[in-house]
Design a protein around this ligand. Structure first.
Ligand code: FES
Length: 188
């Protein structure tokens, strides 16, 4: 009867000392390779905090009327502005001919599904559309009306985040959002 379970060394022998050294070396190398590979593989995964913040829920009651709050969403800053109704009326009345990147105020407060959102809350990217600096809120030529100024090269946005003056070509992008209650918004 042939013993089919032994395949190291000469027929019928246990693994030799040399076989053992090869096996042990292979095992150590395997562990070493895995340890070296891990940091590279890890870099391909999104950062843990980025994954955790794929979408965020914001209680709009925490943002006082007339103020702008900054939050991090997917690792980037966003503005959430709570405008008084009187300011909303002014922004709705802005002639399209005054705008470099014409967009109605109503379009800037729509939800991701295209429904009308709460017109008193604007949710938009906080990176200038010129080269990406973060503009200052309540500053610039439209600052008294709650506008934004990008100090990097002097881009002025109105309180709706629409570009009005300077090198930036486009409005601050509206971030996709949906309302989960009348005062809670899910961003992203
Ligand atoms: S990055 Fe804002 S004006 Fe240049």
């Amino acid at each position: 009867v042939t013993d089919m379970t032994t395949n190291h060394g000469a027929e019928g022998e246990e693994p030799s000392r040399r076989d053992f050294i090869h096996i042990a070396t292979g095992a150590v190398f395997g562990v070493g390779a895995a340890a070296v590979a891990w940091p590279f593989v890890d870099q391909w995964n999104p950062a843990l905090d980025t994954r955790a913040l794929a979408s965020i829920n914001v209680d709009l009651n925490t943002i006082p009327e007339g103020s702008v709050t900054k939050k991090l969403w997917r690792g980037k800053p966003i503005f959430i502005a709570h405008l008084p109704k009187s300011r909303v009326a002014e922004l709705e009345a802005t002639p399209m001919s005054d705008l470099k990147d014409p967009q109605t105020y109503t379009d800037r407060v729509k939800t991701e599904g295209g429904e009308a959102g709460n017109p008193q809350f604007l949710i938009m990217a906080a990176n200038c559309t010129h080269l990406g600096c973060v503009p200052l809120a309540d500053a610039g030529d439209f600052g008294t009306a709650g506008g934004y100024l990008c100090p990097c090269h002097g881009s002025h946005y109105d309180a709706a985040g629409r570009i009005r003056k300077g090198p930036a070509p486009l409005n601050l992008p509206v971030i996709p959002h949906t309302y989960t209650t009348a005062t809670t918004v899910k961003i992203g």
